[in-house]
Unconditional design. Structure first.
Length: 165
């Protein structure tokens, strides 16, 4: 049975994860003011990174869906009428959501490091959907991305790579 401390821990941990992802994905002018401007930097080269609007919209949509699902699962956990099995299933689903979110972020970092591409990854059951922000549509690149992702899993995963340019 889930105790109140465990429930609060899951709730707060989920909130921290969501706020952390929000902080990373939302660009705020206040944070940019703390960064040195190009005049303050002695380097002649200024590098700007812009994430595709397609990836941003996918992330926002995914966050909204995740928050709605988490809220519904938390209402089940807090419901006095719900059976023990329903509460355990809801708790396990929350843990799976958090684990998948961590795996998605890890895979996005791996693609960024290995291929220098911005990506959005969605894991649902044994399906992994990868959206790449690139104008280059290469079958060889898609195969390399699929192989790089499959390396992290022992079981065979169904991986789909889409290019958005």
């Amino acid at each position: 049975m889930i105790n109140k401390q465990g429930l609060w821990f899951v709730t707060l941990f989920s909130l921290i994860i969501v706020l952390g992802i929000y902080y990373v994905t939302v660009k705020d002018n206040k944070n940019l003011l703390a960064m040195p401007t190009s005049k303050q930097v002695n380097s002649e080269e200024v590098v700007e990174t812009n994430e595709s609007s397609v990836l941003v919209s996918l992330r926002v949509k995914d966050e909204e869906e995740m928050l709605q699902e988490m809220e519904s699962l938390q209402t089940i956990l807090l419901d006095n009428e719900a059976s023990l099995q329903e509460k355990n299933d809801a708790y396990n689903s929350l843990q799976t959501l958090n684990a998948n979110k961590g795996q998605e972020e890890t895979l996005e970092k791996k693609i960024k490091e290995k291929f220098n591409l911005d990506s959005f990854i969605k894991i649902k059951n044994e399906q992994i959907s990868v959206t790449i922000a690139s104008k280059e549509h290469s079958n060889a690149l898609a195969n390399n991305i699929i192989r790089a992702i499959q390396e992290d899993y022992e079981t065979k995963m169904y991986i789909v790579v889409k290019f958005q340019g």
